[in-house]
Design a protein around this ligand. Sequence first.
Ligand SMILES: [Zn+2]
Ligand SMILES: [Zn+2]
Length: 391
Amino acid sequence: MNLIKAIVDRQDAYMAWRRNLHAHPELAYQEHRTSDFVAAKLTEFGIPVTRGLGKTGVVGSLTSGIGTRRIGLRADMDALPLQELNKFEHCSREPGTMHACGHDGHTVMLLAAAEYLARTRDFDGTIHFIFQPAEEGEAGAKAMMKDGLFTRFPVDGVFGLHNWPWLAPGHFVVRNGPMMAAMDIFEATLRGRGGHAAQPHLTVDPIVVASLLIQSWQTVISRNVDPLESAVVSVTQIHAGNAWAVIPEEVVLRGTVRTFNPDVQQKIEHRLQEIGQGIAVAHQCNFDWRYERRFPPTVNSPRETEWAAQAASRVFGEQGIRRDVAPSMGSEDFGWMLLEQPGNYAWIGSGGSGDCLLHNPYYDFNDEIIPAGASYWVTLAQQFLHNVALS
Ligand SMILES: [Zn+2]
Ligand SMILES: [Zn+2]
């Protein structure tokens, strides 16, 4: 690997920063301490800071030379509502809140790059360091954009990076086109008529109807979606009843849909509702329906993907780059940024053991990859702004 030595030399400090953030995780739009930390570091590096985009978002803007190109580098700062089960010294001090997705590491990798670039000024153009809140399901990217992120800080390309524990350190995935799926959520309420469980004929039992509905929804993927398309329908919550012998009045079902193709998304939304209504009517239940499109798919643009690949191959070597990995049905709110701007979202190998996957209560960001991630950011910004011809 071709790491930037000045960054490697600062690794002890970066590890301490990362562990500090890990010990003090904050949930969506409550990243006050974290954004204070980020703003203080950027200021210390001499980078002008703008705060308050998307409530707790931070943007640092750095210009050097006479170049007119502009690049956005984005990291996420939020943690998850999850109880950490690790016992090490830097484990979460906040009950029920945990950095289980490595956003503590993402924040530090971008800070490390900012420190190096601010000190060397070895680039020509403008870099916007974007620290966003609320990536985990709460659309912090969209909130920053609503507050004028790209009108106040225009870019020619925007780039994102996520640690990927399924891949060993020293590896990097860069992919053109779809990378992560769109995420929608749905909620169905089936209202019947409650009563004694021993007299079901005098009730309208919404539990039986819910079980039919869950089964029937599965046919949307198997019978309505083109087999060559990728899509997921998962019912993830069933809420009903709290007694042995009472048929409840209502059942609430919730779940998520993942797609890449807008036509498929449209069809699934329509069919879930149609099947729900049909089954409810057939069994004398009321049916209330809510469907929300939360994140668009994360789709990389071809030219920016080549910039990302070129920077990554400089840092990781050609043998470290994987371009053939399938997209993930997981989702990312960076997709919002890529709807408006050309850019690329990539995965950096962080190689955990079996119990160290994302969103796991034993997860911990692998500090070893901080210099590689920061070196990637620096190389990408330098090459993109110098407009070095793509090889
Ligand atoms: Zn996550
Ligand atoms: Zn994440």
